[in-house]
Design a protein around this ligand. Structure first.
Ligand code: FES
Ligand code: FES
Length: 190
């Protein structure tokens, strides 16, 4: 049976009507049009679907919608925009830390959560934090450099960045984002 569940996504109150055990990833992608989080393994093993849940990096493919009730979710779209990237995003651009880019969401969101709790990590700490995020293209060296660069950017004098509430969520707080047809519950297209 479907249930209406309230949560906050990228700083906005959202109300979603869906089966309570629907993976949060499907809700973000299919119902809220937030395609930053990617569907990789669907088993909590690759990190492509990572979001920040109450300040902690979490795998949205294995978190049921009910598990996010009343909680704060931040997706890639909640960090910055192409016009004004978050320093972590800027660092990944500067280091050209992507080939296919499929792992980037998970790498960036995991790095963001790490830097929020530890603004000056060692390379070993960065390695440990990202050890569960898979990159099939082998851009690990550039990714590690990007996270260290992001730490420098964020800690440089005068550095300031307000995380930006997502401007692309078109779901009013009181709307049913499932629409009349109940939405598409299949794993999101890659
Ligand atoms: S898609 Fe969630 S961990 Fe792989
Ligand atoms: S850049 Fe392709 S999976 Fe990491």
């Amino acid at each position: 049976m479907e249930k209406t569940i309230a949560l906050r996504v990228n700083g906005r109150a959202v109300s979603v009507t869906a089966m309570a055990d629907t993976p949060l990833l499907y809700i973000l992608r299919n119902d809220l049009a937030l395609n930053g989080p990617k569907y990789g393994c669907g088993l909590g093993e690759c990190g492509a679907c990572t979001v920040i849940l109450d300040g902690v990096a979490a795998r949205s493919c294995v978190i049921p919608l009910a598990g996010a009730e009343g909680r704060e979710v931040v997706t890639l779209e909640g960090l910055g925009s192409s016009a004004a990237p978050h320093p972590v995003q800027q660092a990944f651009i500067d280091e050209q830390a992507a080939q296919c880019g499929y792992c980037m969401n998970g790498m960036i969101m995991t790095a963001k959560a790490l830097l929020d709790r530890n603004p000056t990590p060692t390379m070993d700490e960065v390695r440990r934090a990202l050890s569960g995020n898979l990159c099939r293209c082998g851009t690990h060296v550039e990714i590690l450099r990007a996270v260290m660069r992001a730490a420098r950017l964020l800690s440089s004098p005068g550095a300031h960045h307000d995380d930006q509430p997502n401007a692309r969520i078109a779901v009013p707080a009181d709307a049913d984002p499932c629409g009349a047809d109940g939405g598409d519950r299949r794993p999101a297209d890659r």
